[in-house]
Design a protein around this ligand. Structure first.
Ligand SMILES: [Zn+2]
Length: 284
């Protein structure tokens, strides 16, 4: 079993060499086997389906606040990418931001740039800074092309895995029960789509990029830990939809704290921040 797994991992690394992308702001290499246009048209189709049943919030004030936070984050990000010659990270993305009527505690950003915030999440994210934590995190998944990466990985595993398994089954070396358990271990046959929960690695990366976007737009990045802890503590027996895909634990909080030092450097008032913390230190 270990040999088969190694062969598959080797195959994935061959795919990686063939179709590598680089994640915005973190520089991590990623596997992207789908074209941006494929992902965008799938994403637009999903969004249109969502819109057939979604109802816009009638709370004008809250809608303005949500749209304002989206706009601030997107403008700051766009300015940064333009200034640094990295506009390609936003190419083809067609941004739109809406607050929808629903008590569900949820929010998402489609890979095509459609941001949707549910009224239910406002009971936790009830200030612009806290909203920026949620929205920044969701925008991060889109610009980091996490959906494409997840689907690509699954495609690579299925393609290589099936070829190896067919060969192995033909040689009579493995029983069908062994092959089934191998399939299960690799997640072969599991349903995949655009709004599947992301992997832990992608979640940590979206936290990291989200903090950077918040800092670029001048929001208080320290609110991130407060928001995740607040949502986690209130989860109780009925875990909100958002929390079921965004479990908060000590590792997630530690990762957020680790990313603060990097993110704050993107803040427009970074120098003032450094001066203030030096003054505070010397006063101790
Ligand atoms: Zn996420």
């Amino acid at each position: 079993m270990k040999i088969l797994r190694n062969i598959i991992l080797f195959g994935i690394s061959v795919f990686m060499l063939a179709s590598c992308g680089t994640v915005a702001l973190t520089g991590r290499n990623q596997l992207l086997l789908y074209s941006d246009s494929d992902i965008l048209s799938l994403s637009e189709q999903s969004y249109q389906e969502f819109c057939t049943t979604a109802v816009a919030s009638s709370n004008a004030n809250a809608t303005n606040v949500v749209k304002g936070v989206c706009s601030n984050l997107l403008t700051a990000m766009s300015d940064y990418f333009t200034k640094t010659g990295q506009q390609h990270y936003m190419a083809d993305l067609n941004w739109r931001c809406d607050l929808v009527k629903s008590n569900e505690v949820n929010a998402f950003c489609m890979p095509s740039g459609k941001i949707v915030v549910y009224e239910g999440i406002l009971s936790y994210a009830n200030t612009p800074d806290l909203l920026a934590v949620v929205i920044g995190h969701e925008i991060a998944h889109a610009i980091a092309r996490h959906s494409n990466e997840r689907m690509s990985r699954q495609m690579a595993v299925e393609t290589i895995g099936n070829a190896v398994l067919t060969a192995a089954a033909g040689s009579g070396k493995y029983t069908s029960a062994q092959l089934n358990s191998f399939n299960t271990a690799l997640g072969i046959g599991s349903q995949y789509g655009l709004i599947l929960p992301f992997s832990r690695k992608q979640e940590y990366e979206a936290d990291r990029i989200g903090l950077i976007l918040m800092a670029m737009a001048g929001y208080d990045i320290t609110k991130a830990v407060e928001l995740w802890e607040k949502m986690s503590a209130d989860g109780g027996s009925s875990v909100p939809a958002f929390m079921s895909t965004h479990p908060t634990d000590a590792k997630r909080i530690a990762n957020l704290n680790k990313c603060m030092t990097e993110a704050i450097k993107y803040h427009p008032k970074y120098e003032e921040y450094v001066k203030a913390s030096q003054t505070a230190k010397s006063a101790k």
